[in-house]
Design a protein around this ligand. Structure first.
Ligand SMILES: [Zn+2]
Length: 64
């Protein structure tokens, strides 16, 4: 069983919890561990979508 993990965000230095459930999700998808807290990920995500990438939907699954 995985356990919750405390991580430090690479961008803002804040501690955040990488929960056991998230760890399993990441592993099942073959993602590497997150290095940023949720708010920094959200910021980066919105920056990305502002760059006007308008490709057809469907793929990716890039939620993180
Ligand atoms: Zn952060």
């Amino acid at each position: 069983m995985a356990q919750d993990k405390e991580m430090a965000c690479k961008d803002c230095g804040q501690k955040f919890i990488f929960t056991a459930g998230e760890q399993e999700f990441f592993q099942s998808r073959g993602f590497s561990e997150p290095i940023r807290c949720k708010s920094c990920r959200d910021i980066r995500k919105s920056e990305k979508s502002e760059r006007g990438f308008s490709g057809g939907g469907g793929g990716g699954g890039d939620r993180w």
